[in-house]
Design a protein around this ligand. Structure first.
Ligand SMILES: *C/C=C(C)/C=C/C=C(C)/C=C/C1=C(C)CCCC1(C)C
Length: 239
């Protein structure tokens, strides 16, 4: 079998490699810490581990695919997101459940994230000519999630769930507002519509590479960071 080497200037393959390692390490950490996590927070920390574990498996695949073909693994990128972003919605539901969160809130968050991701996928693949249109629809669903977390039900419930949950929800809110905003930046770099017609990277191959690097960085920040906030909450909360 041929051994595929990552060239020292191949930042796409390199960030896929580092992403795989980071997601694996984070998963081992969350799973092993389950043993010293109180009953009340065990499911939340387990979900943190599931998010990074699902990403680790996808990154392992995407790393090999990208190295072997030089192409962007768009389909498996979105399979990963379709599984992990709803699990992040589950985290919001779990930590506000004690304050009375209803299952309807979870469905609202999941529905919005599915609209956000499916429309993004259309813009990146089957209808690239209208990438700006799909990006705007996806962005609207994204802002709805931001609204729920910062001002809507999630924010309101977290106020009644104790100081620590309120604090953690605020930090997770920053992840959604700033960390998740990195993804549309990657989309703007990598799709033909650019930023409402303005092309930031003109060479299509370079644009795709830029997009993958931005997505890889965003995933590491958001999946591992998000999980660590939940982990910290499980340690800080007195009850
Ligand atoms: C672990 C994966 C995460 C947290 C993925 C999040 C993805 C997004 C927030 C993607 C958002 C997009 C837009 C807001 C507009 C352009 C299309 C997307 C799908 C890149």
């Amino acid at each position: 079998m041929e051994h595929l080497k990552i060239a020292s200037d191949n930042y796409v393959a390199f960030t896929f490699f580092i992403g795989t390692m980071a997601m694996m390490a984070a998963s081992v950490f969350f799973f092993f810490e389950l043993g010293n996590t109180s009953q009340k927070w065990r499911t939340s920390v387990l979900v943190s581990g599931l998010i990074t574990f699902i990403a680790a498996v996808h990154y392992y695949y995407m790393r090999g695919y990208n190295l072997a073909t030089g192409d962007s693994p768009t389909f498996f990128r979105y399979v990963d997101w379709i599984l992990t972003v709803p699990l992040m919605c589950v985290e919001f539901y779990l930590i506000t459940k004690k304050a009375g969160a209803k299952i309807g809130l979870l469905w609202k968050l999941i529905a919005a994230s599915l609209v956000m991701l499916v429309t993004g996928y259309f813009g990146e693949t089957i209808d690239r000519d209208n990438s700006v249109f799909w990006g705007v629809v996806s962005g609207a669903a994204y802002f709805y999630i931001v609204y729920l977390v910062w001002f809507g039900e999630v924010a309101q419930l977290s106020q009644n769930a104790g100081v620590q949950v309120a604090k953690a929800t605020r930090v997770l809110g920053w992840f959604v507002l700033v960390g998740w905003a990195i993804y549309p930046l990657g989309y703007i770099l990598g799709t033909p519509g650019g930023l409402f017609g303005i092309q930031l990277v003109s060479d299509p191959a370079a644009a795709t590479r830029a997009m993958d690097i931005v997505y890889n960085i965003a995933d590491a920040i958001n999946k591992i960071g998000f999980g660590l906030v939940i982990y910290a909450l499980s340690r800080n909360s007195e009850d």
